[in-house]
Design a protein around this ligand. Sequence first.
Ligand code: FAD
Length: 286
Amino acid sequence: MLGFELSEPATLDEAFDLLADGDPGVRPMGGGTALMLMMKAQIFKPERLVSLRNVGGCFDGLRIDADQSHIRIGGMTTFAEIERSPMVLQHLPAVVRTMKTLANIRVRHVASVGGNLAHADPHLDLPPVWMAHAASIRIVSKSGERVIPVEDLFAGYYETTLGDGELIGEVIVPVRPEWTSTYVKVTTRSAHDWPALGIAVSANLQGQRVNDLRLVLSAALDRPTRLDAAENELRGSDLSEAALKRAGEAAVAEADIHSDSRGSAAYKQHLLRVHLSRAMHSLAGA
Ligand SMILES: Cc1cc2nc3c(=O)[nH]c(=O)nc-3n(C[C@H](O)[C@H](O)[C@H](O)COP(=O)(O)OP(=O)(O)OC[C@H]3O[C@@H](n4cnc5c(N)ncnc54)[C@H](O)[C@@H]3O)c2cc1C
């Protein structure tokens, strides 16, 4: 690995100044777990990394709004902090369950929520879970801030819609007590491999009736993607085998699934039909 400068600004303004020149060799750093792998492989050769560890403000901590309507997770919050938070466990249990098979404890202690989203690897476990929960992100820059739904962050394979000098400050997740959620990580080579596909589902159910839902597919395509047609097959229906079959076929028709070393497109389409149905059954039984 080549030499580089590591800056650790104490304020956000200082961080913006250090990042401002638009130089591709200068990057923000969250936990550094993805950056270090890219640097070791010499895919990325930085001149300077700007750590966001000490910038504070919305980047830090985990809190719930006074009216209990939203949970706010700072961009520098580590996965281990989320995993151990009684508040997240109470309101977003599927997020805590997702952590159990995400990387390993060493990575979870340093990897950050903001870095994870900005990395935009379609195989990552958390982005589809945030999308199923209808989460948004606060993007901050020297010229101001904007809030967008998580799904609007992803532009393609490892590509985001973040502009130069824009940082992910926090993730904002609505608290929806009447919804239940799950994430299914389907691996085809070993339990700890990257997923061949990930399916995240949040649903508002009344017995077997689906009042509303959000279905997200990841890993098998270039970015985590809402399955609108499959959602439409299930919204307002009972969870009958016929409705689930229609939803599975709609999902396969609308998702541009890729073949890769974890399976052919046809195999992953079959996995999608099977695991979508199982995920809905598991929520209805929850
Ligand atoms: C051994 C290993 C196993 C793993 N297994 C899994 C797994 O099973 N499931 C899974 O989902 N992931 C897994 N990962 C990937 C891991 O989740 C990511 O590496 C991690 O989430 C990236 O977060 P980070 O904070 O370390 O990002 P960094 O490496 O710091 O940054 C990643 C990218 O985001 C940019 N960036 C960082 N912070 C911000 C910010 N706040 N705003 C804007 N841009 C920012 C950086 O410039 C860089 O481009 C694994 C990683 C390793 C090393």
